[in-house]
Design a binder for this molecule. Structure first.
Ligand code: NAD
Ligand code: MN
Length: 340
C-alpha cells in the first residue's frame, strides 16, 4: 500500500484534485489517500497556510498530490507550495506540455526547471530607495538539475535537450549554469544538446514550437516558459507537473487557484489528472499510469468540443468521460485488490 498526502488547497484546486483522486481510485486500490488543509483558507482559520503537522505528514508520505493555493498579501503568509519545495528539497520541476486536442500543432515540450533557488529564495531587502532581491545559483543546484535533466531524457527516450539561460547579461551566475550543462553534455553525447538565450527561446517557442524537445533552465525562466508552453497546447488546464527530490516527490497541476473561474464547475481537470499519471509512474504503478494517460488522451482527442477557446470545460463532463473510457478499456478491473 502506498500513502499519498492530498492537499487540495483553494479555488479550483479542490475542484480538479478531488475528482482526480476519485479517478485514480477507480484504477487502483493500492493507494491510501489522506486529505489535509493548507493554503488561504487554512491561513484564515489557523494563522498559517501550512502547519508543521502538515509538513511532517508530507515528509512521511510516499508522494504528495497538490491542487493550488491562493496567495495572501500578508507579511506573515508563507506560500504552501514554496515551503514544500524548499523543506522537502524538491529540486527538479518537470512540466511536460503535450498537445492532446485534435487540430493542434504538434507540440511536445518538456520544461525541466530548477525549483529551489534562483530568484525564488524569498530573500528581499528593503532600503530607502527600493528592494534588493537575492538570487542564488549554486554549483550543487546546477549540477543536480542538469544531471536530473539528462537522466530524465534517457528514461523517457528524449533525443534533444537545450540549456536555457541569460549568460550574456548574468555572466557569472548563468555562466556557471551553462558551464555545468556543457560538462554534463560531454558525458551524454547520445542526446543532442544545445544552448539558447531565454528571450529568444520565448520567441522561437511561439514561432516553431514543433522543433523543441526538452529544456533545462533556472527557476524563473522555467516558471515563465512552462506557462508559455501551456499556451501552445490549450492553456494551463493541460500542463501537469512533478516536483522531484532525492527521496520525496509532489505532483500538481502547474496552474494556480484561478479565482476568476472558481466555483463555476468549469476548471479543466486534465492537468491534475496528468499530474496524477506522473505520480502513478513515480510510485511504480506503470500500467495504471498508462491506462490513465490513455483515457485522458482518448477523451481529449474524442471530444474537442469539451474544451473552449480559453481552455475551460465542464469539469464533471470531462471526468465522466475519462471514467467511461477507463471502464471500457479495462474489463479486468482495477489493480491492488486483495487476493481472495
Ligand atoms: P492561475 O493559474 O490560477 O490562472 C491563470 C489563468 O488561467 C486564469 O485566467 C485561469 O482562469 C486560467 N486557468 C488556470 N487553470 C485553469 C484550468 N485548470 N482550467 C481552465 N482555466 C484555467 O494563475 P493566476 O491567476 O496568476 O493566480 C491565481 C492565484 O493562484 C494567485 O493567488 C496565485 O498566487 C496562485 N498560484 C498558486 C500556484 C500554486 O499553488 N502552485 C501556482 C500559480 C499561482
Ligand atoms: Mn507558475
Amino acid at each position: 500500500m502506498k500513502h499519498v498526502l492530498v492537499i487540495p488547497g483553494d479555488g479550483i484546486g479542490p475542484e480538479v484534485i478531488v475528482p482526480s483522486v476519485a479517478v485514480i481510485r477507480e484504477i487502483t486500490d493500492a493507494i491510501d489517500f489522506e486529505f489535509v488543509e493548507s493554503g488561504k483558507k487554512a491561513f484564515e482559520k489557523y494563522g498559517e497556510a501550512i502547519s508543521n503537522e502538515v509538513l511532517d505528514k508530507a515528509r512521511k508520505a510516499d508522494a504528495i498530490f497538490f491542487g493550488a493555493t491562493t496567495t495572501v498579501r500578508d507579511p506573515k503568509y508563507r506560500s504552501s507550495i514554496l515551503t514544500l519545495r524548499y523543506e522537502l528539497d524538491l529540486y527538479a520541476n518537470v512540466r511536460p506540455a503535450k498537445a492532446l486536442l485534435p487540430g493542434m500543432r504538434k507540440v511536445d515540450i518538456t520544461v525541466i526547471r530548477e525549483n529551489t533557488e534562483g530568484l525564488y529564495t524569498g530573500r528581499e531587502e528593503r532600503d530607502l530607495d527600493g528592494v534588493t532581491t537575492f538570487r542564488r545559483v549554486s554549483v550543487k543546484g546546477c549540477e543536480r538539475i542538469v544531471k536530473f535533466a539528462f537522466s530524465w531524457c534517457k528514461q523517457n527516450s528524449r533525443k534533444k535537450i537545450a540549456c536555457v539561460h541569460k549568460s550574456n547579461v548574468l555572466r557569472q551566475s548563468d555562466g556557471l549554469f551553462l558551464d555545468i550543462f556543457n560538462t554534463e553534455a560531454m558525458k551524454n553525447k547520445k542526446i543532442a544538446s544545445s544552448e539558447m538565450l531565454v528571450d529568444s527561446t520565448a520567441m522561437k517557442m511561439v514561432m516553431i514550437p514543433e522543433e523543441f524537445d526538452t529544456l533545462v533552465t533556472l527557476n524563473l525562466y522555467g516558471d515563465i516558459l512552462s506557462d508559455l508552453a501551456a499556451g501552445l497546447i490549450g492553456g494551463l488546464g493541460f500542463l501537469p507537473s512533478a516536483n522531484i527530490g532525492k527521496e520525496r516527490a509532489l505532483f500538481e497541476p502547474a496552474h494556480g487557484s484561478a479565482p476568476d473561474i472558481a466555483g463555476r464547475g468549469i476548471a479543466n481537470p486534465f492537468a491534475a489528472l496528468l499530474s496524477g499519471k506522473m505520480m502513478l509512474e513515480y510510485l511504480g504503478f506503470k500500467k495504471e499510469a498508462q491506462s490513465l494517460s490513455g483515457a485522458v488522451e482518448k477523451t481529449a482527442a474524442g471530444s474537442p468540443s469539451l474544451i473552449d477557446a480559453e481552455g475551460r470545460c465542464n469539469t464533471q463532463a470531462a471526468i465522466d468521460s475519462i471514467k467511461e473510457s477507463l471502464r471500457s478499456s479495462a474489463p479486468a478491473g482495477k489493480s491492488g485488490r486483495a487476493k481472495p
